[in-house]
Design a protein around this ligand. Structure first.
Ligand code: PXP
Length: 239
């Protein structure tokens, strides 16, 4: 079964745009759970542009499903993860000025730091995933620094428009999935996935979890959250 983890950052983005209290990403998470998702993802950014510390604390108290804490590997975020103990921490890069996460972690360049950080999270009982570049050496390095899983960066696949571009980008995802399997890493995927492009991604045999935000909320605005979640679950259950 491929688990669906709903990313609630966009709900927090809407709330922050007015500096008000609504819509509340914690309520959004509860409604996603009611609609059948198997996990909730949030990214606490160092600039606190969307998810706030209060959201993290409440999600940790209220979530009934697995929490996936997307975080940069900084001491500040490690302390937050150790305080709230999500089921999974996904390590992501954060760059000044980016609108969203634009690439996977460069594990090769950050090998020493990751080798020190990951055991601390794992010893506290959390699973660690690295948002990964689709490169054999990067994926092998993820294993070597102690990650349990990698999350394949599906952004370029999602942006591909022609069928030859889509084939090429899907081929890169497929190869990366095989390397993850070869090195004994669990496999997640995310970024830019929607009800259409998810179908092909869901054919990757060793895929365990997808995290989806933007397209879920974009669709929920028009057709309602329950149906938007239901559509994604239906695609994942076709496998
Ligand atoms: N995975 C990671 C690591 C991300 O940074 C994001 C975006 O916050 C997602 C998945 C979800 O991407 P989207 O909002 O495009 O579904």
């Amino acid at each position: 079964m491929i688990r669906l983890s709903a990313n609630v950052d966009k709900v927090a983005t809407l709330r922050q745009s007015r500096g008000d209290s609504e819509p509340d990403p914690v309520v959004a998470a509860a409604l996603c759970e009611q609609a059948g998702v198997e996990g909730i993802t949030f990214h606490l950014r160092s600039d606190r542009r969307h998810i706030q510390d209060r959201d993290v604390d409440l999600l940790a108290q209220m979530a009934k499903t697995e929490l996936n804490f997307e975080m940069a590997a900084t001491e500040e975020m490690i302390a937050r993860a150790l305080a709230v103990r999500p089921a999974q921490c996904t390590l992501v890069p954060e760059r000044d000025g980016e609108v969203t996460t634009e690439d996977g972690v460069d594990v090769l360049a950050n090998r020493a730091a990751l080798s020190e950080v990951i055991p601390r999270l794992k010893e506290a009982g959390m699973r660690v995933s690295i948002f990964s570049r689709l490169d054999a050496d990067q994926i092998r390095a993820a294993k070597e620094v102690g990650a349990d899983r990698v999350e394949l960066f599906t952004g370029p696949y999602a942006l591909a428009r022609t069928s030859s571009e889509q084939d090429r980008e899907f081929g890169r995802l497929s190869d990366a999935a095989k390397w993850a399997e070869k090195w004994g890493l669990g496999l997640n995927a995310g970024h830019g996935l929607d009800v259409r492009n998810l179908r092909r991604v869901a054919t990757i045999p060793n895929l365990m979890e997808v995290s989806i935000g933007q397209s879920l909320w974009a669709r929920a605005v028009f057709i309602g959250l329950e149906r938007a979640v239901g559509e994604l679950l239906a695609v994942l259950r076709e496998r």
